[in-house]
Write a protein that binds this ligand. Structure first.
Ligand SMILES: OCc1cccc(Br)n1
Length: 450
């Protein structure tokens, strides 16, 4: 639904435009398809989330990194049928190079590590905007911000526990508890043992996982051709999915034995028990995740009400660097998008109101030509670290108070008038309505003590 202002604009273009006064076609006011504008209220919400993503990461000693949104297409040409590589926002640039807007951050991280060879282990995080180009599917977004948290160089499940701890800390910081959200845990090693048992060759393992992940979303008929291409029969899929419904690691170990993958899962649960976050976790053999490069434990955060898509997901991907020609390097990480979490916070009534900004002072000159004086008072306050707005035009007092309310000013400082002639200003507290007089020469000191 177009907003009323756009409708008005379009109607004015069509109704009273005579040929002689033909107006230029109206500008499309919407951002490009699948993208979002962030006017101040939405950017305040985004900043709220990013600030808490950052503090959860920094509190665990993670370092922030970034890289270009534009990458070489070759970084994502793995042939495993993943959505993320089939929907690249790719193009040929003016130098005829094949490039793409990044669909995820992990391959860029691998590129940076291969190129700079930082001392391991590293604990890095980033909040990149990631892109996809979906044809046909109407209405799905083409960009999102995805918080990435990764540990490189740690072989043990301590790395998985660490990144899950970061995620739990974020959830706690926005008021989400383990009764709102759970984290399903599985291992590609378990799935691999099951596939081996079904006689599916190791080199088909990654794309089979991607296919099984898709099976959760589409009927098996839709993937029949892909399954046949992989030489997987419907019976094999049925017997596989019959096992994947298990939510009990003991049941699974009866099928695949006490293999290293089962031991890893057990160790992760016992460490999280000791850490006190195990009630966020549950084993679920059906969790696969849609990225081909996971090699070990995988996990995904879900809303226990079952109404939303996965909130976040991650896992171990020990072979990614080797797949780029690098040295074998253990790696674990997760991606956490900025869309589902907002839906969850809305559902749980945990979304703060960002409609208005906050500013400590609005300074207003009631005298004509007094704006520079008002600006000088404002700077005295800014010297003390205050956020200060100044009314920049000659306005009536009533307008100034309305404006102060609109911008969320806590206090209005009125410059000029009788107080002005005595070297004073009047300050009105917008919440309590109280007024007080302050000497201009002392306003900085005064501001430090309110
Ligand atoms: O979750 C996959 C994905 C990747 C890029 C952009 C968007 Br929106 N979604």
């Amino acid at each position: 639904r177009k907003s009323s202002s756009v409708q008005k604009l379009n109607s004015s273009n069509s109704s009273n435009s005579s040929p002689s006064k033909k107006k230029p076609p109206s500008l499309n006011l919407q951002p490009p398809k699948g993208t979002r504008d962030f006017p101040p209220p939405l950017l305040r919400l985004r900043t709220y989330l990013f600030t808490l993503f950052r503090s959860a990461s920094l509190s665990h000693g993670f370092s922030e990194y970034d890289s270009p949104v534009l990458e070489s297409e070759e970084l994502y040409t793995r042939k495993a049928g993943e959505e993320v590589t089939e929907q690249l926002y790719c193009f040929s640039d003016k130098g005829d190079r094949r490039v793409t807007l990044r669909p995820e951050m992990t391959p860029s991280l691998a590129r940076i590590i291969m190129g700079t060879k930082p001392a391991l282990p590293i604990k890095w995080f980033s909040i990149p905007q990631c892109w996809r180009y979906e044809r046909m599917t109407r209405g799905r977004r083409r960009e999102h911000y995805q918080w990435n948290v990764d540990v490189w160089g740690v072989q043990g499940v301590e790395a998985e526990v660490e990144v899950i701890s970061v995620m739990v800390r974020f959830f706690t910081s926005v008021g989400i508890t383990q009764s709102d959200v759970g984290i399903k845990v599985n291992s590609r090693g378990i799935i691999g043992a099951l596939l081996e048992g079904l006689g599916i060759p190791e080199d088909k393992f990654a794309e089979t996982c991607v296919l099984i992940d898709k099976l959760e979303k589409v009927p098996v008929e839709a993937l029949k051709a892909d399954l046949e291409e992989l030489g997987i029969t419907e019976e094999q899929i049925t017997s596989l999915t019959d096992v994947l419904v298990h939510k009990d690691i003991e049941k699974i170990s009866e099928v695949v034995g006490d293999c290293p993958a089962v031991q890893d899962v057990r160790k992760l649960f016992s460490m999280c028990t000791e850490l006190g976050i195990v009630d966020w976790l549950e084993f679920d053999a059906s969790v696969i995740r849609g990225l081909s490069y996971y090699t070990g434990i995988v996990f995904e955060a879900f809303d226990r009400s079952g109404t939303l898509r996965a909130i976040a997901g991650g896992g171990r991907y020990d072979k990614l660097l080797e797949s780029f020609g690098g040295d074998p390097t253990p790696a674990v990480g997760f991606g956490f998008g900025d869309a589902v979490i907002v839906e969850l916070l809305k559902d749980k009534n945990l979304l703060p109101d960002f409609e208005k900004g906050e500013v400590e002072f609005c300074v207003y000159s009631m005298d004509e030509g007094g704006t520079a004086k008002a600006m000088k008072v404002a700077n005295e306050l800014r010297e003390k670290g205050c956020s200060v707005d100044v009314v920049l035009e000659e306005k009536k007092m009533k307008w100034a108070f309305k404006h102060a309310d609109r911008i969320g000013a806590k206090r209005v400082v009125i410059v000029g008038g009788d107080e002005g002639s005595r070297g004073e200003v009047r300050v009105k507290n917008m919440e309590s309505g109280e007024q007080e007089t302050v000497k201009v020469a002392e306003i900085g000191e005064w501001a430090e003590n309110i």
